[in-house]
Design a binder for this molecule. Sequence first.
Ligand code: PA5
Length: 475
Amino acid sequence: MKVSNEYRSAMRIRVDYTNMTDKYLGNKGISPQTISAHRSLAKAAHTFVNDNRGKDELFMGWTELPYNQTEVVADILETAKKIRRKFEYFVVLGIGGSALGPIMAFNALCHLHYNDLKRGKRKGPKFYVEDNVDPVRMKELLDVIDVKKTCFNVISKSGATSETMAQYLVISDLLKKAGEDVKEHVVFTTDASRGNLVKISEELGGVKSFVLGDGVGGRFSELSPVGLLPAAVLGIDIKLLLKGAAYMDKLCATPDLKKNPALICATLQYIAMKDGKNIGVLMPYSDNLRYVSDWYAQLWAESLGKNVTLSGGRCNIGQTPVKALGVTDQHSQVQLYTEGPYDKVVTFLSVDSYKEKSPIPHGCENIPDVSFLGGHTMEELIRAENKATAYALTKAGRLNYTISLPAVNEFTLGELLYLFELQTAYAGAMLNINTFNQPGVEAGKKATFALLGKPGYESQRAELDNAAPDENYIV
Ligand code: PA5
C-alpha cells in the first residue's frame, strides 16, 4: 500500500500526558519545572540512542529494521505465499521474545476468532503460538492439528532454549513417524551461523531459514523475520507495519520533549520511577490490543530490571509492568488503582475509531437504568468508559496518560511498537543501565539444564540436589 503524507498524519499516534501533570493532580502530579529539569537528561538519552543506532555489538540493530529488510521482506512474502497454499495449520514454536510479538500482531490485526472462521474467510492457515511447555497444552495442540498439514516455524535465536527445542523434538519425531520429510514442514528463524538450529538444518539437508541478526535481541525482534513471517502468513501487510515504524522513528528524530512521543513517555516514566512509582500498568481499551501488554511487559521488565549500572554500581531498579484490559479490568483492578498505594503509573491505550461500531438497539423502555443505552454504540460505550476511568483516576490524584491510536491497523501498530522500543531504550539510557542484556534470566535456564542432566552442569546439579526443602518450613 502506498502511504501518502495525509494518511501518515491521519494515522499519527498521540500521547496526552495532561493527567500526569500538576494541572489536574495538584501536588501528586509532575510540574512543568520538574519536566524542564529533566530536559538535559532526556537529550543525553536521545543522543545515546541516536549515536548507537544499528550497532550490532550494542544490540541496537533493531533501530534499522524498518529500513534494511527489502530483500528479506520479499523472501518472507514469497515463503508465506507457499505456506498459505500448502498448509492448513501454522504453528510457531518459540518463547519470550520469539513468541510475544507474533501473538500480539495476530491478535491485533486478525479477526478475534480467526481460527474459528471458515477457510474462505481467513487469509491464511489456522494459527497457534506454543510459548510454553505445559504438557497438557502440547498434547492438546496435537489433538487439534494434523502434523501432516502443518508448517512449524521454529523461532529461536540461540537454538538452545530448552522449551523450544523440546517442542521441536516432539514435532520432528511425530513427523517422522507419520512418514513425512521434516524439512518440508519446518521453517527456522534463528542466528545466521551459530546455534543449534543451524546444525539441525544442515543435518536435515537445508531447511528454509530466516536470520535474526546479531544486533537484534528477542524482545526487540517483532519487526524482524521473527514477527514478519508469521504476520505475512496471516495476510498482514508487513510492509505497512514497517512503514508505521519508520514514521514513528521520524517523529522521534528530535530531542524536543514537546515533539518526540517516545522521549516524553520515557521521561515521565523515569520521573515517576524515581518518585517510587514502581508499577507501570498498561491498559488497552481494545481486545485487539490486549496482547500488546504481554509484549510490552517483557520489553519493559527484561530491559529495565537490572542490578548494576553501566558504571558498575549496584542499583536494583526497574518498574513492574502490570497488564490490564479496559473495560474488563475496571471490574477487577481499578478499585486498587484508584484507592490503593500511590505506586503506579497507568498508561491507557485508546482507539479513536474501532473497525466495528456495534450499535446497541433500543429496548427495555420501562427500565431507564437499561434503556438509556439504546441508540448508542458499543464503540461509544467503550470510549466513554475509557474517558471516565482516566477522569476517575485523575480525580483520585493518580498518574495516568493516554496513547491514542486513530485506528488499529498495520501502520499504527508499527508506530506503537517502535514508540515502545524507543521509549525503553531512552529510559534505559536515563537509568544508565544495559537495556539489552538479560543476565537474570540465565540462572534459571542453567538450573533447568542441570536438573535435566545436560552435560557440563554436573556441579550445579549437585548443588541443587543438596538444596532440599527444610521440613521445618513445610506445612
Ligand atoms: O528477549 C529475549 O532475549 C528472550 O526473551 C528470548 O527471546 C527468549 O529467551 C528465547 O530465546 P531464543 O530465541 O534464543 O530461543
